[in-house]
Write a protein that binds this ligand. Sequence first.
Ligand SMILES: C[S@@+](CC[C@H](N)C(=O)[O-])C[C@H]1O[C@@H](n2cnc3c(N)ncnc32)[C@H](O)[C@@H]1O
Length: 234
Amino acid sequence: MTNDETAPILERRNFYGRRAGHTLRPSQKIYLTEDLESLRPRGVTMEENPGRLPLDFNTLFDAPKEIWLEIGFGGGEHMVHMAARYPDIGIIGCEPYINGVAMLLGKIRAVAVQNLSVYAGDVRDMFDILPSNSLSKAFLNYPDPWPKKRHHRRRFVTQDHLYPLFAALKSGAEFRIATDIEDYVRQALEEVPQAGFHLVLSSDQPWEDWISTRYEQKALREGRAPHYLTFQRP
Ligand SMILES: C[S@@+](CC[C@H](N)C(=O)[O-])C[C@H]1O[C@@H](n2cnc3c(N)ncnc32)[C@H](O)[C@@H]1O
């Protein structure tokens, strides 16, 4: 990756997380080779869409009632659960960690949901091409905590991320955040409203349609309490 000012924007972005972990199982390699191509949205990369034309949802889903976005879906538990529960909604998920993508693809095979689109990359690439006022919901479940103070600007809940998310959401759309980090709650309550969102609910009880994710399970095992924030684009 480069920070050269003249490089295309996708190459200039700093991504501080992990893109790959332990060696993939043979079955996971097969999911990635056989399934990802048909599930991925077209026109996210510079090569496919140098003019950054807006994404056409009709190329992803068959007449969806609404479009939702999941940011950093990890192993995909929440994405697959929501897709099965809301089959008439089209859900786009973004995740640069390829092991997570492979886990999601395995779950999609098992559950056979038809209403998911999977971008194996940074959600900021997607922000470039999402039409304004197009999404009805966005989910940010257990975002990377970046505990050190000097790394807090890497957190998702900063204006560089929140502003394009706000623009992509429709008026009245919901933005949900689940986290187990108290200081993340503090920063979210400060920064998300600065981007124009209203706080609807801050709770220690999950949403009625919630499913616990891998990271939530890890937090509970390690004695940290989940917190659920609901914001709305006015
Ligand atoms: C702590 S994990 C949580 C995963 C999952 N949501 C869960 O609850 O189990 C955070 C995830 O966000 C992903 N992530 C970080 N920055 C991202 C970005 N810019 N775009 C998309 N995903 C991102 C990471 O790769 C990681 O898998």
